[in-house]
Write a protein that binds this ligand. Structure first.
Ligand code: CO
Length: 294
């Protein structure tokens, strides 16, 4: 009798599994990739985002690709100037959920896992915990893809992506200008500086708001000893920082300060997103999670 009961329970269990999977087979999951960037109000800088989007869409042609900007200031500026509404991650995720998307990869388009990434991570984990009981479908899968530099291996990959540009300019010194932050993740720039120096003797990493700073750059340029210097943004877009802090004509821009030191300075005003190999890093980050969307 006991045996029959166990078999019956087991059979019911099997039926419920089959029933469940049959149900999920008939109801297909709606899948999306949400690309999240700081944002830029420079129309010319958007080529970086467009290039990343092109790479992501061609790698994942069957998946909906959406955007969110984290900078409220930039979102407001674009809305009032271009009448273009770009959601922040909270609105974008809420809208995806409302439209019935159940499997979503959020991909950070950040260079380092600093404050921006941390905030995004909090938003994603909060949405992952939300449970609705009013018929709005919950996310079955909601994951966050890592930014460009998060460990040594990822940093080496990033250097691989930069190396064709470095090779092209091997007769010159190259200064990459990163953003920099008070966040501890700023240490990623120092790691990059150390690792890139092992491979290339003509490159120096600096940041606008962190360490290594412009003084560090100036010292290293003396060691490199080349009069021709290329300055390039180590940022996804060539926006305000690249056009003003780096290449502006005011006396305190990096270009003018290095000219002051006697260098011949050539600004390269293209964001990392325009580099196909960098765009492919983001595709790779998405691929790291794509199995979860199956
Ligand atoms: Co900034």
């Amino acid at each position: 009798m006991k045996k029959i009961l166990i078999i019956t329970i087991f059979t019911l269990f099997i039926i419920s599994i089959i029933g469940g999977s049959a149900f999920s087979m008939t109801k297909k999951d709606k899948k999306a990739i949400l690309l999240v960037a700081f944002g830029t109000s420079y129309k010319e800088a958007r080529v970086s985002y467009d290039n990343i989007e092109k790479h992501v869409k061609s790698a994942f042609p069957d998946i909906e690709v959406r955007w969110a900007y984290t900078s409220n200031m930039i979102r407001k500026k674009i809305l009032s100037r271009d009448k273009l509404y770009i959601p922040d991650p909270i609105v974008a995720l809420s809208k995806l959920q409302d439209e019935g998307f159940t499997k979503v990869i959020v991909q950070s388009l950040h260079v380092i896992p600093g404050y921006e990434f941390e905030d995004l991570s909090n938003v994603v984990s909060t949405f992952g915990q939300l449970k609705s009981n009013k018929g709005r479908p919950d996310f079955k899968v909601l994951v966050l893809g890592k930014p460009i530099m998060y460990d040594e291996e990822a940093t080496e990959e990033f250097i691989d992506a930069l190396s064709p540009f470095i090779e092209e300019n091997k007769d010159k010194a190259i200064v990459f200008m990163g953003h920099g932050t008070e966040h501890f993740a700023n240490a990623a720039y120092s790691q990059l500086e150390l690792l890139i120096s092992e491979r290339f003797k003509n490159v120096v990493i600096g940041t606008v708001e962190g360490y290594p700073d412009l003084d560090f750059v100036k010292e290293k340029l003396k060691e490199i000893g080349k009069r021709n210097v290329v300055i390039a943004p180590l940022m996804i877009v060539a926006g305000d920082h690249a056009r003003n802090d780096m290449a502006g004509d005011e006396a305190d821009s990096w270009k003018m300060q290095l000219k002051q030191e006697g260098y011949k300075v050539e600004p390269f005003i293209h964001g990392l997103g325009e580099n196909d190999k960098v765009a492919e890093i983001f595709v790779k980050r998405i691929k790291e999670n794509i199995g979860l969307l199956k």
